[in-house]
Design a binder for this molecule. Sequence first.
Ligand code: FES
Ligand code: FES
Length: 190
Amino acid sequence: MQISTTVDGVRYVDQVEPRMLLVQYLRERLGKTGTVVGCDTSNCGACTVLLDGTSIKSCTMFAVQADGHEVTTIEGISRDGELHPVQQAFHECHALQCGFCTSGMIMQSVSLLRENPHPSEEEVREGLEGNLCRCTGYQNIVAAVRSAADAGDGASSQAAGSDTASAVAASTDTAGTGSAGADAERVGMP
Ligand code: FES
Ligand code: FES
């Protein structure tokens, strides 16, 4: 089936098998390996990305279900070489150890702060309950999310990021540069 998606601000047109998971498409076709697979059973949240600005677990969706939608991965939230405020807060609060859960944690946190810019500790813990971490004990992750919220940046920056992504997508409908998939046609710069 042919799908057309905008991923991290770039529009892609690809032929995919109906059974291909969105996380497989992101990693194996687009090379977005910052999105990882921890369980494949929708338990861990390591594969979390944004679909039209709302967090989803990309191992629970088929790529064809993203047809016509906008996907944002961990690789699409920094701007002009600067970390997203939530990424910066994770760094400053030492909210990671092995890092395997981190991209999913950050994407879920971005979504959480977009919905609730000033969550309580309890609301942060509830908002992240679908994301598992085997290293940190969660304390510093919660601290990082609250730090980003206190800075007032998490939600506003994400909203700006989505606007930027849409603008880029709208301006890249030409000049295919396909390289990752044998049967893929890329529209725009990868
Ligand atoms: S890999 Fe998707 S929830 Fe674990
Ligand atoms: S930092 Fe290792 S699983 Fe979370």
